[in-house]
Design a protein around this ligand. Structure first.
Ligand code: AMP
Length: 116
């Protein structure tokens, strides 16, 4: 069950601020408050969903396509296509997800190390 009061839902409702990088009809991208790389941007669909799987299952195809195309728009804005980047989504307990609104981490700006 989606928690309407999770921190990213509050950001979408403009109840708390974010350091916005990009916004369009279907998505919002903002800088992570606790960056793990020189560039650490989070991308969230405006569609209320907890995980990647829920987004893929419940959102309209047009919404899903729009969100993934927006990630590329942000990659272009950040000018990281040539230098490289890592996309991560954490899902559930084993994935280490802390905020229960599906999000993509875009990590870049330096060599991102192995996970372990
Ligand atoms: P995850 O572990 O995948 O759920 O990642 C949640 C991410 O959200 C972490 O990298 C946090 O640093 C980040 N975060 C939590 N609260 C905020 C906030 N208010 N603004 C920006 N990033 C946040």
């Amino acid at each position: 069950m989606y928690d309407e009061n999770n921190i990213f839902a509050k950001i979408l409702k403009k109840e708390i601020p974010c350091d916005k990088v990009h916004e369009d009809e279907c998505s919002l991208f903002f800088n992570d408050i606790n960056p793990q790389a020189k560039i650490h941007v989070l991308g969230i669909p405006k569609f209320p969903c907890t995980t990647f799987s829920e987004f893929l299952t419940k959102a309209e195809n047009s919404n899903i396509i729009s969100f993934f195309k927006s990630i590329q728009i942000v990659i272009n804005k950040l000018n990281i296509e040539n230098s490289g980047y890592r996309l991560i989504t954490n899902s559930g307990k084993d994935g280490g997800q802390e905020v229960p609104h599906f999000h993509i981490h875009i990590l870049a700006g330096e060599k991102i190390g192995r996970l372990r």
